[in-house]
Design a protein around this ligand. Structure first.
Ligand SMILES: CC(C)(COP(=O)(O)OP(=O)(O)OC[C@H]1O[C@@H](n2cnc3c(N)ncnc32)[C@H](O)[C@@H]1OP(=O)(O)O)[C@@H](O)C(=O)NCCC(=O)NCCS
Length: 140
């Protein structure tokens, strides 16, 4: 999870050889033992944030299908809401009819993002996160 003041060591790796940094991340990659894809969002030269889509749920369903962050200067401008909407559209194309989202109960911003995208509550997972299902066809 990325928060204000979080680790930025990855920026150094990216700046040393950006082409390689991108090559290592582009396309469908195994992460957490399942096929995943990273989407980066930018406005001109500014990095806004990213979304990870798990094409399959992990065995314990931790993290659900979709995770996201928006970097601090771009928060509270509706970006995450739109980014999740785009990711849900991509899920439809991947054949994921219902996407699972998991959110820490104290993460008000993310709870708003998920609810604005039609998230329907479904209990709590083993990490104490709230689970939500989203009908991805509603975002198409
Ligand atoms: C959660 C996160 C992605 C939201 O990004 P964002 O681009 O600010 O989201 P949006 O602008 O679409 O905001 C959704 C709503 O939550 C509100 N919100 C944003 N930050 C908030 C905060 N810290 N506390 C309460 N509400 C907040 C926004 O104001 C907005 O409501 P509004 O339109 O009525 O103002 C961002 O805060 C973040 O990257 N957090 C760290 C990583 C993270 O928690 N990822 C999600 C894991 S499930």
């Amino acid at each position: 999870m990325m928060r204000r003041g979080s680790d930025t060591a990855w920026l150094r790796e990216a700046s040393l050889d950006f082409d390689r940094f991108v090559d290592d991340r582009v396309g469908v990659r195994q992460r957490w033992g399942v096929p995943t894809e990273l989407l980066w969002f930018a406005s001109a030269e500014y990095y806004i944030g990213s979304v990870v889509i798990r094409h399959q749920l992990t065995e314990d369903e931790g993290g659900g299908h979709i995770g996201y962050h928006v970097v601090y200067p771009w928060q509270r401008q509706g970006h995450a809401t739109q980014m999740l909407r785009s990711a849900l559209g991509k899920c439809t194309a991947l054949g994921i009819a219902r996407a699972l989202l998991t959110v820490a109960p104290d993460n008000q911003a993310s709870l708003t993002v998920v609810r604005r995208n039609g998230g329907v509550a479904d209990g709590i997972n083993h990490e104490g996160e709230l689970r939500f299902w989203v009908d991805t066809s509603a975002s198409a």
